[in-house]
Design a protein around this ligand. Structure first.
Ligand code: FES
Length: 155
């Protein structure tokens, strides 16, 4: 199915619902992994919004992507509780190890590094999520181990 057909299907579900934009965007991202730029005018027109309004929501929410993610996604928690126990060092380590900044994907397409603002695991920070799995008390060494396991696994 073309992604435009998929967007049309999602619009058919959400178009008449109040507050449709955010759940619609999340549905599209769940299906495609990101929100293609071509979708923005289509969504804006269907919901009676301006393109700027749709762009504004997409750029406000850190969990909405505008580019396809890598095969895996590493999210490092940047919220206060994790920062208080070493998340900043972990961020720097992740960026240096992977050679990418937040929002970027490694050159081989294996992994996208993203910030996240609380994973509900505050008591066990620093926290990261790799794909669907949350890991707590992650320091640089543990992150290296988790990333190595990823390479050994479903690549
Ligand atoms: S602050 Fe990091 S998991 Fe809540």
């Amino acid at each position: 199915m073309q992604y435009k057909d998929l967007v049309d299907q999602r619009l058919a579900v959400w178009r008449d619902e109040p507050g449709a934009l955010l759940p619609l965007l999340h549905d599209i991202q769940a299906d495609l992994g990101y929100i293609p730029a071509d979708c923005v005018p289509v969504i804006a027109r269907a919901l009676g919004l301006s393109r700027a309004e749709v762009h504004g929501v997409i750029s406000f929410y850190h969990d909405l992507r505008t580019r396809p993610p890598g095969r895996h996604v590493l999210q490092v928690c940047r919220a206060e509780a994790c920062q208080a126990v070493g998340a900043r060092e972990l961020e720097s380590h992740a960026q240096a190890t992977l050679g990418v900044d937040f929002g970027d994907t490694t050159a081989d397409g294996a992994l996208t590094l993203e910030p996240v603002y609380c994973l509900g695991n505050c008591a066990c920070g620093p926290s990261v999520r790799i794909d669907d799995a949350v890991h707590g008390r992650v320091d640089a060494h543990r992150l290296d181990v988790l990333l190595a396991q990823l390479q050994d696994g479903a690549e």
